[in-house]
Design a protein around this ligand. Structure first.
Ligand code: TXA
Ligand code: MG
Length: 359
């Protein structure tokens, strides 16, 4: 299949391009499009055959439900069985934006879209191209991240083309996304609303609107017996091809430890990648050293993370050592993705003994 790629200007979305893409959605086919978080792979959410095509194109397990993207509040009422009072408050505070809410679904939503679940995940994105596509199609659009299953989420149209080129008819290229990590997911079907995936909208922001909020215990403890409630969070997503380890500790100890590890690996003829920051990148001696941005700018770190993980895949490094990024606001979301990419391998750096212990 030929994949058409259309460039869009964020500030002046071309209505002709949106019309063409909307017709593709209405025909039950797939369109990749930018959102403010990551690129999505869209299909008509209320048509089971269209939803099935998403799973096929991505190679996604069929039990992993999709997020339904909407353009107006009434769309949520159209597909929800009952709407908890928190939903309206959260929508007023954070929609359109990077928050996904889980509510009970009604019969309008096919089980293919929800991976067999009785609940449905709903989000109103803020990217003007996403909103225009939903409105023009007249459909609700189911859209997971537009990567091949198991690869880092796409933050640029080029990433989508890399993974899905030739497998989908249309990619809307809106340039680099603004946030770079997927939306926060909050489950409103729980007695106490529960965060199933941390994101740009933090626990504190949610609490300030609806009061008590819990975090799914399954996403905190890596190898605990507790399974995450969002089916997609149990998979080892975002995994780069090389073996990725996170090195945690004070700045100097981390640099010393990563350099010691690098030397050990290079003696064994291994190529070493390092994920550092603008403040530290010059201190490393690996074969490929990439900075995720300044430690002072956590938004930049979130925006760059997936692009950097992809860049290592192309470089052919054997191992990657990464600094830890438990930054004040969205550090939880950044580390959630990085820990998954690393299969939760974390080394504690110790200074002045060249050694380190595995936690
Ligand atoms: O920012 C985002 O949310 C992006 C953009 C494209 O909007 N989308 C995205 O979709 O990240 P995806 O499919 O890559 O991740 C959706 C996550 C998965 O972990 C899935 O298991 C979970 O949401 N999920 C969806 N519906 C659910 C439900 N009814 N109950 C529990 N988890 C659900
Ligand atoms: Mg995804």
């Amino acid at each position: 299949m030929e994949t058409k790629i259309y460039k869009l200007d964020y500030h002046a979305i071309d209505p002709e391009i949106i019309k063409e893409a909307a017709a593709v959605i209405r025909n039950g086919e797939l369109v990749a499009f930018p959102t403010e978080t990551v690129y999505g792979l869209g299909a008509n959410a209320l048509c089971s055959d269209a939803a099935k095509k998403i799973y096929a194109a991505k190679g996604r397990p069929s039990d992993n439900p999709l997020i339904v993207h909407i353009a107006k509040w009434q769309d949520l009422l159209y597909i929800a069985k009952d709407v908890p009072k928190e939903a309206e408050k959260l929508a007023k505070a954070f929609w359109p934006g990077p928050l996904t809410m889980i509510v009970n679904k009604n019969d309008r939503v096919p089980r293919e879209t929800t991976g067999g679940m009785d609940t449905v995940a709903v989000r109103m994105p803020s990217h003007p191209a996403a909103l225009a596509l939903i409105r023009e199609s007249g459909c609700l659009i189911a859209a997971p991240s537009a990567n091949a299953s198991g690869r880092p989420s796409p933050t640029m149209a080029e990433h989508v083309a890399e993974d899905l080129g030739g497998r989908i008819p249309v990619i809307l290229d809106g340039g680099e996304v603004g946030i770079g990590i997927e939306s926060t997911i909050i489950d409103l079907t729980e007695e106490i609303p529960m965060i199933l995936r941390p994101g740009y909208i933090t626990e504190e922001m949610l609490k300030s609107v609806i009061g008590e909020v819990r975090i799914d215990p399954g996403i905190i403890a890596a190898d605990s017996a507790v399974k995450p409630k969002a089916p997609g969070m149990k998979y080892r997503h975002y995994a780069p091809r090389a073996d990725l380890k996170i090195v945690d500790g004070s700045k100097d100890a981390v640099i010393e430890t990563i350099n010691a590890l690098t030397e050990e690996q290079q003696k064994q003829e291994k190529k070493v990648g390092v994920i550092g920051t603008d403040e530290t990148a010059a201190c490393y001696r690996g074969d490929l050293i990439l900075s995720v941005g300044s430690r002072e700018d956590e938004d930049e770190i979130a925006r760059q993370m997936y692009r950097i993980l992809r860049a290592f895949d192309e470089s052919g490094v054997d191992v990657i050592y990464s600094e830890s990024f438990a930054t004040p606001r969205i550090g939880q979301a950044i580390m959630n993705r990085l820990l998954k990419a690393a299969g939760h391998q974390v080394l504690m750096a110790q200074q002045n003994n060249g050694g380190r212990k595995i936690v």
